[in-house]
Design a protein. Structure first.
Length: 378
């Protein structure tokens, strides 16, 4: 029964994503439909949705800022219009991405965001060039923006304790928030403890079901990015937090279709990614105001702690679900550097003069004791 509910929830999510993609595709030039069909077998649904968002930004830019396109309609564009795009147009597009307005909202992109949008264009143009619908691939001449590695934002042990204390006591909350805290405290402690104690992603957290948890083996089953299943093991603190929460959770009558969902909202339905993001922000902004803590930063906190304890980058990559260990190595390079510095100081080639004097004195005393002992025996 639980497996059927989980399958039903996954099917419901997939349907919503398909509807979202179709809606986005309708806002793009009709010829783009071929592209999304062409990459369907090699990309996930979520990747195609992100590509569609990025392409919408690109075509909006063309119609707004590039003279060739300014008198054209989005729905009238054809694949041959892609050949009118110049290298200068693409370079101006990267500059446009620094700041632009859409639907009365302001948008900004750093190098990482620009690199992702350029990657979407690479895939787009590569498809039409490969299928011989355009004669050249202008995007292949573009240089990807250099992404500067940023320091990992994570919580230190005292900050972790302070965050969890703030959830349990509710002292950092406003009067209005405290009215709900009495109902959600146990749930909120469980959510933050799961993040900090397992390093799972926010989508993996919201997708958890009661039937996924195996208390006997101290583990639960999650669905990774790409739809792969994984088993995540947890320790005493996560076990205690989940046990405490489930005693309360089983007393709740949910809305139809949410019976097996682990973490429920006040409305008695499965919590969304957005609601958990807001939950983390609510407590973290008050307990650690100098750090912008998100669910992903809690994941980084766990990864950092695990790497410091084990020094095993492959284990960290496996537990966090990184498909490429180089991704993990890049993120935790600073910690590895600290460990290498410590290792360099651990090996002593020659004792200092003070240590040598002390050692010589100890050796002299030891020899004197042996000499006295021998005389006594004589």
């Amino acid at each position: 029964m639980a497996d059927q509910q989980k399958k039903k929830a996954q099917q419901s999510l997939r349907r919503r994503q398909i509807e979202k993609l179709r809606k986005l595709m309708l806002s793009l030039p009709p010829f783009c439909f071929d592209y999304f069909i062409g990459i369907e077998s090699t990309t996930t649904l979520l990747t195609r949705i992100n590509y569609a968002y990025d392409l919408r930004v690109f075509f909006d830019y063309l119609l707004k800022d590039i003279p060739y396109f300014q008198d054209k309609d989005m729905q009238a564009l054809t694949v041959k219009d892609l050949e009118a795009i110049t290298l200068a147009d693409l370079e101006m597009y990267l500059d446009y991405l620094n700041y632009y307005e859409k639907d009365e909202h302001e948008h900004e992109n750093q190098e990482r965001g620009k690199a992702r949008k350029l990657a979407s264009l690479r895939s787009f143009f590569k498809y039409y060039y490969r299928t011989q619908q355009i004669s050249s691939n202008i995007v292949s001449l573009m240089v990807t923006p250099k992404i500067r590695d940023k320091a990992i934002i994570r919580l230190e042990p005292d900050e972790v304790a302070r965050l969890l204390d703030s959830v349990e006591t509710g002292t950092v909350l406003t009067d209005k928030q405290k009215q709900y805290h009495r109902y959600t405290k146990v749930r909120d402690v469980a959510i933050l403890t799961v993040f900090l104690g397992t390093g799972i992603r926010i989508s993996e957290c919201t997708g958890l079901n009661i039937s996924d948890i195996d208390f006997h083996n101290r583990c639960f089953k999650i669905i990774r990015k790409g739809g792969k299943e994984a088993i995540i093991y947890f320790g005493d603190e996560v076990n205690d937090a989940l046990t405490h929460y489930l005693a309360q959770r089983r007393e709740i009558t949910t809305l139809p279709g949410h019976e097996d969902a682990l973490f429920l909202s006040i409305q008695k339905r499965r919590m969304s990614n957005r609601s958990i993001q807001e939950l983390v922000k609510k407590y973290a902004s008050a307990s650690t105001p100098l750090k912008k803590i998100t669910p992903h930063k809690l994941r980084s906190t766990y990864g950092t702690s695990l790497y410091r304890e084990t020094g095993d980058i492959y284990l960290v990559a496996d537990v966090l679900g990184h498909s490429d260990v180089n991704t993990t190595r890049r993120h935790y390079a600073a910690i590895a550097e600290d460990q290498r510095r410590s290792a360099a100081r651990a090996v002593v080639l020659r004792q200092s003069a003070h240590e040598q004097d002390g050692g010589s004195k100890m050796e002299l005393d030891h020899n004197q004791d042996n000499s006295n002992k021998k005389k006594g025996e004589d």
